[in-house]
Design a protein around this ligand. Structure first.
Ligand code: NAD
Ligand code: AKB
Length: 324
């Protein structure tokens, strides 16, 4: 991994992965791209940026020819909650966008990272200690595109020898940007609202357990996997990885340790609740541990300390200097 293209780089993951990769590989060696410009000056000014629609094959070809990258992190996508309100767009962006970049990777001989999700599982999947290889019958358009994406990446590896790799991310929690329309977004929003208003109205039931991970671990996992010895990888494109599993009630109790006045109330959104109910409570990530040494560093308690500290700084920073 010497020169990298990141798609969807203005999003929740891309905005942090791009900056981490620029530190590691050199600013000029990480080409950020998205359909929208970043407002964040760190992301915008620290290296090359291309406005690039993952459905525009002619433009993808031009970008690949100009920048001569050897690795693509394909993050552009429509997340689960927005996907349910715009299923056709979700299919187009998530499937055709991935297909276009797999073809580009094949033509220009690049490795490709594809982020799958706990959303690739469904109501008939074993919810506790969800095995690496198990039933995958998701009932959301997002989940359908994630399972198909995992299979398509496997196919390109087997059929064309492409170096495709990927993980099934839990819900990700971060402070740099707001999340992009998923079901797990509450676990980010709750920290912002706790600091600003000392209260939060949650759209999931209080006992809804979901796998979650703090962004520094997520970014580290992507880089670790792309640098792992390919001979040791059996589950190339869809490694379960986990860090922690908690309910809204449990995260609220953790926040209360730092902000005792904090109150959580509940007004359940049936669409997002149904999605969350169909996802695992906690996955088994033994394969990731064994095949490339995966281990998370943050749990709910340590993440909460860092989130509150970082957000306090962020909320006190003038808009013009914010990364969001
Ligand atoms: P996000 O919504 O924050 O960012 C996605 C980015 O894609 C946005 O900046 C958007 O502008 C861009 N985009 C949308 N349509 C595009 C198009 N046609 N062409 C180019 N760019 C386009 O999402 P994220 O949270 O950063 O997620 C990135 C990837 O990781 C997605 O594949 C998502 O499914 C996966 N993932 C995320 C999480 C999470 O909790 N954040 C969990 C599991 C998997
Ligand atoms: C979402 O909620 O859609 C994402 C995910 C877990 O894939 N955060």
């Amino acid at each position: 991994m010497k020169k990298v293209l990141v798609t969807g780089s203005v999003g929740q993951i891309g905005s942090e992965l791009t900056v981490a990769l620029r530190k590691k590989l050199g600013e000029g060696n990480v080409v950020a791209s998205d359909i929208r410009m970043p407002t964040d000056t760190v992301l915008r000014d620290s290296g090359p940026f291309e406005i690039l629609d993952c459905l525009d094959t002619n433009h993808i070809t031009r970008v690949m020819q100009i920048h001569e990258c050897d690795t693509i992190f394909h993050l552009a996508a429509i997340l689960s909650a927005i996907g349910e309100s715009k299923p056709a767009l979700s299919w187009q962006v998530n499937m055709n966008g991935l297909y276009n970049f797999l073809e580009a990777a094949r033509q220009y001989k690049c490795a490709l990272f594809f982020p799958s999700s706990i959303g690739a599982f469904g109501p008939s999947t074993p919810p506790d200690n969800t095995p690496q290889d198990t039933i995958q019958r998701p009932d959301t358009i997002y989940g359908v595109t994630k399972v198909a994406g995992e299979l398509l990446c496997d196919y390109y590896h087997k059929r064309f020898g492409l170096d495709t790799r990927g993980v099934r991310f839990p819900g990700l929690i971060s402070y740099e940007t707001e999340p992009g329309g998923g079901t797990t977004d509450y676990a980010v929003d709750i920290y912002r609202k706790a600091l600003k208003y000392k209260k939060y109205k949650c759209y999931l039931r209080k006992d809804t357990a979901i796998d979650m991970m703090y962004m520094p671990d997520a970014v580290r996992s992507m880089i670790m996997l792309m640098e792992a010895d390919p001979n040791k990888l059996i589950h190339r494109n869809a490694f379960n990885i986990c860090a922690m599993s908690f309910t809204p009630d449990e995260i609220a109790a953790e926040i209360k340790k730092h902000i005792p006045e904090f109150e959580i109330t509940y007004e359940v959104d049936p669409v997002r609740q149904a999605i969350a109910d169909s996802w695992p409570n906690s996955m088994d990530d033994t394969s990731a541990q064994q095949e490339w040494g995966w281990e998370a560093t943050y749990d709910l308690a340590t993440m909460t300390v860092d989130m509150l500290e970082q957000l306090k700084i962020k909320l006190a920073t003038p808009d013009s200097q914010k990364r969001v």
